[in-house]
Design a protein around this ligand. Sequence first.
Ligand SMILES: [Zn+2]
Length: 211
Amino acid sequence: MTDSKIQYKTPNYCPTCNSIVETGVIFTYTYNVTYTDELQNEGTAIILSKCLNCERPILTEEQFQNIEEHSWSNDKIQLYPISDNVALKNAPAIVINPYKEAIKCYRAQAYDACVIMCRKGIEAICVDKGEAKGNLAEKLKKLNDNKILEDTFYSWANELRLIGNDGAHSHVQIVTQQDAKDSIDFFDALTTYLYHLVDQYDKLKKRRTTI
Ligand SMILES: [Zn+2]
C-alpha cells in the first residue's frame, strides 16, 4: 500500500458522476519545467486525483505557470478515464461537430439536447456516405441496403434516430442520463466502425496483398 493522502482539494469533471465535483489531489508530477527567472517558472504537470463523491481515480495533464505567489494552469487534458474517440480524427467535420456538441450537452446534463445531437450526427454520417435524399429513416435504410451499414449497426443507428426523436418531439417520453450515455456510446461505436475500423481493414488488406 502506498500513501494516498489528499494534498489539496480542487473542482474537476468526474466522468463517472458526470458532473463537476470536488476532487482530492493525491500526487503531482511536474516535468519540462523552465525558469524564466527565480520567481517565474512554467511546465507540464500530471496530476492524479480522486473524486470525493465516487472515489474513482482521475488523471489529468495541464500546462502550468507560476509567477511569484500566483499560479495558472491551462490546456487541461483528461488522460484517464479516456473519453475521447480515436475514430474522430478520421471523420469529417460534419460528423465530428455534432459528436463534440453531444459530449458537451451530456456534461451539462442536457440529455434531450445530447440525444438530438447524436441524431444529427447520424444524419451527418448519411450525408457523408452519399445519402442526402429523403427522411432519416429512408437514408439509413439505403445505407443498410448498399451494405455500408451492416444489420447490427443499422439497428443501432435506427435506435439513435428514435431516441433523438423523443428528445426533440416527445413531452411524455423522458430521456434519462442512461439513454444519453447509451446514445453517445452507440454513436461512438458507429464512428469507430465507419471511420476507423473499415479504413484500418482496407489498409491491412492492401498491405497483405502487396506482400
Ligand atoms: Zn465521481
